[in-house]
Design a binder for this molecule. Structure first.
Ligand code: SF4
Ligand code: SF4
Length: 494
């Protein structure tokens, strides 16, 4: 039965220009790929190749069965040029540089079968692990290999979601178009086979009525599957919000859903599981969206993992203005400064926004028809104009006016302006943890809505760090209430 659910707080982003169209283009094979040996959930793996070695697309070139990790593959046919450390988004990671041949063939994993029902759970786990799909999402997919911090038998709940609550999102309709919808449902059934004891929950965006109805109809005979239609409010797609919304259970903030026996996967991860098991396809390519007005075209691209980001977005980037590029999420993503870095398994979108340094006169008095502001939400919802986004926040921080907006939107119901006042006045003591400072998800929504432009989320993060340096144990605030699984392994990865 379909259930409608949501949570208190949060914010619904609407009507932004620059949303990716439901169009998918395949990028040609790049001349060179750079494969980081740490991608997705888990630690860095050990290289299995040397400079000068010939490799094929789909070949495992890095693996470490001793530690929590998943294998990585060459995404192209070619030759290893060099193996060296790169600075990959503030982490020193070993990467394998491969000169590519312009051939698209890839070699499948051994033992896959489109008739997956005949495969044993052990074989399915092996295919998911060897394909690299086990490293996807925040907790990885547990298999009998060390791909997650818990074992398959410890999974009590599996949550699969396609909400799209960010400002820009991959198109769910595109991901599940045509035969992909069938593959997605088969992917869910495959996962149920390796987690037979788990309850399976599928959470979809309630605005995609036709798709939700279609999936409900196809899966009507699956008495083990619960389907939910969720309000696409930010940050509904966060693990910390999915667990209380769907299961009515508290989340151990600062830890992982796997610590409480829950695995959470997105739509693309389930499709990769299907490809691994039924087609023997290793995780060598990824669908990403080009979002924002900074691109001449907003569309989806299928790209080989390891392709330098510049080669992906440069042909589409507008050249008439300076652009700011952000990876994955506009509110919490990473600003892209070095474009030679490669695409990893975890990237889903590149966002380009025009830089705007000119302050708009009395911006807060405008109707909010063409630009977003929480203070103008009511009018802008009525006017429903397509909104532009740029990088300008139109002003410096001003004193708090006690409007309460930050408190209203905070999804974990803490009081950002109160915490901010304590930290700004250097009052760093246990009261901060009593007021829930360690529950902050770093979703940045409070900073986004604040009309005084106060850096609330950043200050709260600073407050957490200062509290830890004076000896406040974050774990003490969390652990008494939970019986966490895989704690040592999780600490090892963190
Ligand atoms: S960043 Fe933290 S305090 Fe701010 S809205 Fe998100 S969860 Fe609440
Ligand atoms: S949103 Fe900003 S101005 Fe309003 S109460 Fe929060 S901190 Fe103060």
């Amino acid at each position: 039965m379909l259930k409608y659910k949501t949570f208190k707080g949060g914010y619904r982003f609407r009507n932004f220009l620059g949303q990716p169209r439901e169009q998918l283009k395949e990028l040609p094979i790049p001349q060179r790929v750079i494969i980081p040996l740490k991608q997705g959930f888990g630690g860095e793996v050990k290289p299995l190749v040397s400079p000068g070695d010939k490799v094929y697309a789909g070949q495992i070139i890095g693996r470490d069965d001793e530690n929590v990790s998943s294998p990585v593959h060459s995404s192209v046919n070619g030759e290893v040029l060099k193996i060296e450390k790169i600075n990959y988004f503030k982490q020193e990671i070993t990467a394998i540089f491969i000169e590519a041949e312009p051939t698209a063939e890839w070699r499948p994993l051994e033992g896959y079968s489109a008739d997956w029902g005949k495969l044993s759970p052990e074989k399915i786990e092996e295919l998911i692990y060897l394909s690299g799909s086990a490293s996807l999402d925040k907790e990885g997919i547990p298999t009998r290999f060390r791909s997650s911090i818990i074992s398959p038998s410890e999974v009590e709940n599996l949550i699969i979601h396609g909400i799209g609550s960010e400002i820009y999102n991959l198109s769910l309709r595109l991901l599940l178009s045509g035969k992909n919808l069938f593959h997605f449902i088969e992917g869910i059934r495959i996962l149920k086979k390796i987690f037979p004891q788990a309850e399976v929950h599928l959470a979809l965006n309630k605005n995609f009525k036709k798709l939700v109805e279609e999936i409900s109809k196809i899966t009507s005979g699956f008495d083990w599957l619960k389907i939910y239609a969720l309000e696409p409010k930010y940050p509904q797609g966060y693990d910390e919000m999915l667990v209380p919304t769907l299961l009515g259970r508290p989340f151990p903030y600062g830890y992982s859903a796997a610590n409480i026996g829950i695995v959470i996967l997105n739509t693309q991860a389930v499709l990769h599981v299907y490809e691994a098991v039924c087609e023997g396809k290793p995780l060598i390519e990824r669908t990403i969206a080009l979002c924002g007005e900074g691109f001449r075209e907003n569309l989806h691209l299928k790209v080989k993992i390891g392709t330098p980001l510049k080669e992906i977005f440069s042909p589409y980037l507008r050249k008439d203005k300076e652009m700011r590029l952000v990876l994955n999420s506009l509110l919490t993503g990473i600003r892209l400064n070095i474009f030679s870095l490669p695409l990893s398994r975890t990237f889903s979108q590149v966002i380009a926004l025009p830089e705007n340094r000119e302050r708009e006169f009395l911006s807060f008095l405008r109707l909010g028809m063409r630009s977003e502001s929480y203070t103008r939400t009511f009018l802008s919802a009525l006017l429903r104009g397509k909104k532009k986004l740029n990088t300008n926040i139109h002003g410096e921080p001003r004193p708090c006016i006690s409007c309460g907006y930050c408190q209203e939107v905070c999804p974990v119901r803490i009081i950002p302006h109160l915490l901010y006042r304590f930290i700004e006045r250097n009052i760093i003591d246990e009261r901060l943890s009593k007021y829930g400072i360690f529950n902050c998800l770093e979703c940045n929504l409070c900073s986004f809505v604040c009309p005084s432009k106060l850096p609330l989320a950043k200050t709260i993060k600073d407050g957490q760090e200062r509290l830890i340096t004076i000896g406040c144990d974050r774990a003490k605030c969390i652990l008494p209430y939970f019986d966490l699984k895989g704690l040592e392994e999780y600490r090892g990865i963190k």
